[in-house]
Design a binder for this molecule. Structure first.
Ligand code: NOJ
Length: 529
């Protein structure tokens, strides 16, 4: 993978994106849920940090069986979060600060409450019947094939009135759309235009690998080894997702998005386990602009694993493609807990690595303060998908709790006498306010890293080269920067280039000549003379 010097870089190349879970960021209305006006109130936090774009978790009307990933109106705003005027104002206010707003688009399925599905239930000849995936019972009765939903139950729900099953790869309340139907393509192209015309900077595309299903609805083959990226519940989703026809959807959307000025960003949730398939979503530079790299997300936080996944990714992506590095999200959890077990040295080091790898970084809200996951007691949990099904994935509420802005009872998230929709944890990271007051905090380190990245690497995908270093360490050059990381429990001598240290995690904001001895779980950045 080499940077494409001939083509002017779009704004997202090398950008810092920030995933903002709207319900947990800032509650302006005093109902315990974060909302769009709340984001406007706190936009200065994002511009202070230096982010270029913000991806909002689902904002469209929804019954919230899956917290917005069950959409009942693709051109509206969920009334609990605000209205279209609030969204317009947010786009404008963010734009004034140089921040683009991306929405979450859910094209794999709708809510069962969407008018298309309500109509589809009315009869086999309903206008929207073929918007969804329907099938007759198997010859002996029962579901049409062996596919399972996200809870491990059969992915088919019988509709007695019309005598057929409908497909739901996630919850019963999330019927899958039928992408073999050209009308579905037209609907989504109109939806894209609707938001792009309003100034939305692009979309994060939910379940991007999943849109088309096998035309013959063949059984999924067995899964040899449990691995969340290869399949679940003993099956590999070869036919229920991952179909080649989906690529044409992205080629069509790419021409549409590139027709805008500036081009609108398409960032896919590409839940695939190998770099080759990940690369396929970039097409020949004519599909998604960016694709989430889940092999990196799920890599172990160690030198060998990370070096390997970065090399494989960069080796697989087509020329000019921009990789994406992220380590936390609302499904997989937070890296300060997952990768770092709360160890502040590791949290600092992980931020240093994320922000210096060549490509685009997506931070999750709270990453900037090293926010930990919260053990949400069962009676306070809100995520239905992880409550249903014994074998289901771990509870996701733990990574969706409100951001603690200050140490008041409402955390600066909501009013002091309001109970937030999910509890705060007793987070050792403290609040945004506390960390703003301490220039040695994770928050300040994060800000300095972003500023350094901008001044040294900004606006392009820098050339990455791994340099020789002892086991347990990782040293690479990216642009003119040399990053040295010790991902081990022992101090290691890692000779760096002569010259001043621009940034170090161990004694931030240290500057001075590089000490060749790198403390355990620490990193430093120098510049090639
Ligand atoms: C991926 C989303 O990130 C997740 O939260 C959701 O439950 C599923 N897609 C279904 O939309």
């Amino acid at each position: 993978m080499t940077p494409d010097a001939a083509v002017p870089n779009p704004w997202w190349h090398g950008a810092v994106l920030y995933q903002l879970y709207v319900r947990s960021w800032r509650d302006s209305g005093g109902d315990g849920y974060g909302d769009l006006p709340g984001i406007i109130e706190r936009l200065d936090h994002l511009s202070w940090l230096g982010v270029d774009g913000v991806w909002l978790s689902p904002t469209m009307p929804s019954p919230d069986a899956d917290w917005g990933y069950d959409v009942s109106d693709y051109t509206g705003v969920h009334p609990e979060l605000g209205d279209l005027d609030d969204l317009d104002a947010l786009i404008e206010e963010a734009g004034r600060r140089g921040i683009r707003v991306l929405l979450d688009l859910v094209p794999n399925h709708t809510s069962a409450a969407h008018p298309w599905f309500v109509d589809a239930l009315s009869g086999r000849d309903a206008a929207h019947r073929e918007y969804y995936v329907w099938a007759d019972p198997a010859p002996g009765g029962g579901p049409p094939n062996n596919w399972k939903d996200a809870t491990g139950a059969p992915a088919w729900e019988f509709h007695a009135v019309t005598g057929q099953y409908y497909l739901h790869n996630f919850l019963i309340g999330q019927p899958d759309l039928n992408w073999w139907n050209p009308a579905v393509h037209r609907e989504f192209e109109d939806i894209l235009r609707f938001w792009f015309d309003r100034g939305v900077g692009g979309f994060r595309i939910d379940v991007a690998h999943g849109l088309y299903k096998d035309a013959e609805l063949r059984d999924n083959p067995p899964l040899e080894r449990e691995n969340p990226l290869e399949g679940r519940f003993g099956l590999r989703p070869v036919y229920s997702a991952n179909r080649p026809e989906t690529h044409q959807v992205f080629r069509d959307w790419r021409s549409l998005a590139d027709g805008y000025s500036p081009a609108r960003l398409l960032l896919g949730e590409t839940w695939v386990g190998d770099a080759g398939r990940l690369a396929s979503f970039y097409g020949a530079g004519d599909e998604l602009h960016l694709a989430f790299n889940f092999p990196f997300v799920f890599a172990e936080f160690g030198a060998e694993a990370l070096v390997g996944v970065v090399a494989t990714t960069l080796g697989a992506l087509p020329a000019g493609a921009c990789p994406v590095w992220t380590a936390s999200n609302h499904d997989v959890g937070r890296f300060p807990t997952r990768w770092c077990g709360g160890d502040p040295r590791k949290i600092r080091l992980a931020l240093l690595l994320l922000t210096t790898l060549p490509g685009t970084v997506v931070l999750y809200y709270g990453d900037e303060i090293g926010m930990a996951e919260v053990d949400v007691p069962p009676e306070l949990r809100r995520d239905v998908m992880t409550m249903e099904g014994a074998e289901s994935h771990p509870n996701r509420d733990r990574a969706r709790t409100p951001l603690r802005w200050d140490s008041s009872p409402g955390g600066g998230f909501t009013a002091d006498d309001v109970t937030p929709w999910l509890p705060f944890g007793a987070d050792p990271a403290g609040s945004v306010e506390q960390q703003r007051a301490d220039e040695d905090s994770v928050l300040w380190l994060c800000r300095r890293l972003i500023a350094l990245r901008k001044s040294e690497l900004g606006g392009r995908v820098a050339r990455y080269q791994r340099l020789d270093s002892p086991p347990g360490t990782w040293v690479y050059q990216t642009g003119a920067l040399v990053v040295a990381a010790n991902l081990s429990d022992d101090p290691v001598v890692v000779p760096g280039p002569a010259g001043p240290v621009l940034l170090a995690t161990a004694d931030s904001p240290a500057v001075g000549d590089a000490d060749p001895l790198l403390a355990p779980w620490s990193g430093r950045i120098t510049r090639q003379p």
